[in-house]
Design a protein around this ligand. Structure first.
Ligand SMILES: *[C@@H]1O[C@H](CO)[C@@H](O)[C@H](O)[C@H]1NC(C)=O
Ligand SMILES: *[C@@H]1O[C@H](CO)[C@@H](O)[C@H](O)[C@H]1NC(C)=O
Ligand SMILES: *[C@@H]1O[C@H](CO)[C@@H](O)[C@H](O)[C@H]1NC(C)=O
Length: 783
């Protein structure tokens, strides 16, 4: 897996390498040693996980191999009951069908449901309960084959509808977190009629990756790869859909999709509704229509259609129409951004269902084209445009060899054998949510970073002082292993301290973190939850990154910031309810590839009723001072007091899409209370238009490309009236950029902020000029 170049450099500078890592291991991890016929290491290794806050941590099984529950996987036996028994084992959190009692969410019953390679026939849906990862053998993908008599919404269902036609479901679609499905083929071809691969109705902290859906081909196919009717996502990528009436059929507030291929479908992507979506590197071959979009309604309360699609680096061939909206657009109702679109034999690039052509295609490349309102600099007047729009300068450090925005799959280490993977519990860490694992983790990193893949068995590992994850660490968790900072080291808001440092300042080294949650156990007003210092090795793009990993503050069992301590009704109960000084800091020397990173201060308690709100306080979301390259692909930052994203003295960032929410309690107390804005931390200023959090702040930064942004404000002192009846004034301003920065924002969507963008503190773009359904949309702003 490691590029040869890097190892050559590492061995000729062995002293530097070892001292930078602080590692004493004798033999650096080389290539994977798994033999071709071996199963994936996750299957064969000893399972030592724990669910720290489960009432029965000793008896509760986190890892379940479906074969241990009677699944056969021989291509003929109906394995539905056995697979669902594996999912349900242990009082899981599910709805009112079958086992379990009604439950909106939980963090105390995490499960990995593992499928060895084989073909598993199912006749009704496999239900992916809350906090479940369905994982197939990454070396040899198992097949989930729908039987000819398959009945149900989809082969994998993340949120069942409850019978009775009321529309009621197991989980609240916008709070449906913590679901992952990876490494499967889903085969629908045995079903003559309608069938769907995944009912993927999900929100943040979900991932769908490395999945192939096989469907029948031709005009009469009634198959579809994904049905997603609502939710608040999310990231998915590295997916292939072959055949079908629809490759994917999707409606969701926002989503980021990277690297999907759709071959031989009637319609590759049907967009039912959204506020904004980003599609990075979509390949479409031999379909009738690429994107078929429901558009035209500006009444987002009664009928929300597609607010916008931002599409970058698509490659489309032999498809008559790339994009087709249902209605002709003469004003903003369906914003489009097309950036670097390569068409081969695609006669219509953008068309309308009535047959009219907005942009002719052919065999050509569309450099930068947009539909919607275009703004520039501090000019407060936008222009409705259907045509060429500004093409952001793309620094080459962000691009792969084909000129596309670089992307890198979640590393699963499938070529490695169990002897190359070290279990942290085997190596002395406890992970029970109580024991202080600070020294154990330091010892493990010192001994194994760079020499083994470090596997964090499921559990909650508590640290009471800063732990450095050394440059050169490749670590992977198990159903979002929790690493939590607690105690006296993190109390001083005047002198904040990192809980986890990823590398020390100046370090370079292949560093990969996946399947992890970083959190605090409160109160921790002086915690910088993750300080990211590491840079990718020279010539190794994406060599310092984090996949499907989250920063989650409060709101979970064991976080000590729960309904009893921090009820929403007490918005001045600061001391016990301070969760962090800052969630994530990308320091000046770092580079970062962040895919699916959600940086969330909890707004509700996930255990218990999964609904009642909390009042917690975290100072800052994500601060980047990095010179890049930084890729933030499908990231979100929510409910931090001062800002969600702030870029100061930063350069060379690709961010798409970014999603934010302001704290629900603001402006009571007014921002930045209970924190203070500090110049030494490059905080933005408050007062005037800014009495609530910044969704986005950018100062003195260059070559920043934001490819999709959803900056939302839903509450005014906990009341929702401000989003209703045309008021749209939950806060005055939500984004500020200084005039010294060079930034391009494509598809800026805001909710209920009177101003969409301030420059140097002065309001420039007004929400009232850009209504687009529930949100307001600027198709591009550049400076
Ligand atoms: C989710 O989408 C379905 C299908 O369009 C719709 O019937 C339902 O009302 C939606 N639910 C919510 C809570 O928006
Ligand atoms: C894109 O996805 C496919 C299918 O999962 C995978 O084989 C390929 O390596 C991915 N490419 C990138 C750049 O991630
Ligand atoms: C789930 O959340 C809903 C609100 O959407 C609430 O009415 C219901 O009581 C909750 N269910 C449970 C079992 O706590």
């Amino acid at each position: 897996m490691l590029p040869a170049l890097f190892w050559a450099a590492a061995s000729s500078y062995a002293f530097t390498f070892v001292s930078a890592l602080g590692s004493t291991c004798s033999s650096p991890l080389g290539a994977g040693t798994a033999a071709a016929g071996d199963p994936y290491w996750l299957q064969s290794m000893d399972h030592r996980n724990t669910a720290a806050f489960n009432p029965d941590p000793a008896g509760y099984k986190v890892f379940r191999n479906v074969k241990d529950y009677g699944a056969v996987g021989d291509g003929t036996t109906d394995d539905t009951a056995a697979i669902n028994a594996a999912v349900q084992d242990g009082s899981r959190c599910g709805g009112s069908i079958g086992l379990g009692t009604a439950c909106n969410s939980t963090t105390i019953t995490p499960a990995v449901v593992y499928f060895p390679s084989g073909t598993y026939v199912v006749s009704s849906p496999i239900i992916a309960y809350y906090t479940t990862q369905l994982i197939g053998d990454a070396k040899n993908l198992p097949t989930l084959a729908a039987s000819p008599s398959f009945a149900g919404i989809a082969v994998i269902d993340t949120d069942p509808y409850i019978d009775g036609g009321s529309g009621a479901q197991w989980y609240v679609n916008t709070n449906s977190f913590f679901r992952s499905v990876r490494n499967f083929k889903i085969d629908l071809t045995r079903v003559a009629g309608a069938a769907t691969g995944l009912h993927w109705q999900v929100s943040q902290a979900t991932s769908l990756m490395n999945v192939v859906v096989e469907m029948s081909q031709g005009a009469n196919s009634q198959h579809q790869g994904i049905y997603m009717e609502n939710g608040s996502g999310g990231y998915m990528g590295d997916l292939v859909f072959n055949g079908g009436k629809f490759g994917i059929w999707v409606g969701n507030q926002q989503f980021t999709v990277r690297n999907i291929t759709i071959n031989n479908a009637v319609t590759a992507i049907h967009g039912a509704w959204n506020w904004g979506w980003t599609f990075q590197r979509v390949t479409i071959n031999n379909c009738n229509v690429g994107f078929e979009l429901e558009t035209g309604s500006l009444d987002g309360v009664l009928h929300q259609t597609v607010g916008g699609e931002a599409i970058i680096d698509a490659v489309v061939s032999n498809t008559p129409i790339f994009i087709q909206s249902s209605t002709a657009t003469t004003s903003l109702a369906g914003s489009l951004v097309l950036n670097n679109i390569q068409l081969t034999n695609v006669p219509t690039a953008v068309g309308v269902a009535d047959g009219s052509v907005v942009l002719a295609g052919g065999t050509t490349t569309i450099n930068s084209w947009g539909q919607g309102n275009v703004y520039k600099g501090s000019n407060s007047a936008g222009t409705f445009t259907q045509g060429e729009i500004v093409a952001a300068n793309k620094p080459s450090s962000l691009l792969d060899g084909n000129g596309h925005i670089f992307g890198k799959m979640y590393p699963q280490y499938e070529t490695y054998s169990p002897s190359q993977i070290i279990s942290v519990r085997a190596a002395g860490a406890v992970g029970d949510g109580k024991t202080d694992d600070t020294q154990a983790l330091k010892d493990i990193f010192a001994k194994y970073s760079g020499c083994n893949i470090i596997f964090f068995d499921a559990g909650t590992y508590v640290v009471t002082d800063t732990v450095t994850i050394p440059a050169g660490t490749q670590m992977i968790g198990e159903v979002w292993t929790v690493l939590a900072g607690k105690g006296s080291a993190f109390q001083d808001v005047e002198n904040p301290k990192p809980v986890f440092k990823v590398g020390e300042s100046g370090d370079k080294g292949l560093t990969e973190i996946s399947n992890i949650i970083f959190q605090t156990i409160g109160p921790t007003p002086g915690a910088i939850v993750v300080e990211w210092n590491v840079a990718q090795p020279d010539g190794v793009q994406g060599g310092a990154g984090m996949w499907d990993s989250y920063i989650r503050l409060g709101g979970s069992e064991g976080s000590e910031q729960d309904l009893a301590t921090c009820p929403w009704t007490s918005t001045n109960n600061f001391e016990p309810c301070m969760s962090a000084f800052m969630a994530l800091h990308l320091t000046a020397g770092s580079t970062a590839y962040l895919e699916g990173t959600w940086v969330w201060l909890a707004d509700h308690f996930m255990d218990g009723d999964g609904w009642t709100k909390l009042s917690l306080f975290s100072g800052r979301g994500i601060l980047s001072e990095s010179q890049g390259p930084v890729w933030m692909i499908g990231t979100g930052s929510e409910h931090h007091t001062l800002y969600q994203y702030s870029l100061v003295n930063a350069a060379n960032h690709y961010m798409g899409l970014i999603q934010t929410e302001s704290p629900y309690f603001q402006p009571t107390p007014v921002a930045p209370t209970p924190f203070t804005a500090r110049a030494d931390w490059h905080d933005p200023t408050f007062g005037g238009d800014f009495t609530s959090a910044y969704g986005l702040n950018i100062a003195n930064s260059k070559d920043i490309i934001i490819f999709g942004a959803g900056l939302y404000s839903f509450f005014d002192s906990y009341t929702e009236e401000c989003t209703k009846d045309g008021r749209n004034n939950c806060q005055t301003s939500i984004a500020n950029i200084d005039s010294a920065s060079s930034v391009t924002i494509y598809q800026l969507n805001t909710v209920a902020s009177v101003n969409m963008l301030n420059i140097d503190g002065t309001a420039v773009i007004k929400q009232a000029d850009n209504p687009n359904g529930f949100t307001s949309t600027v198709t591009v702003w550049s400076q």
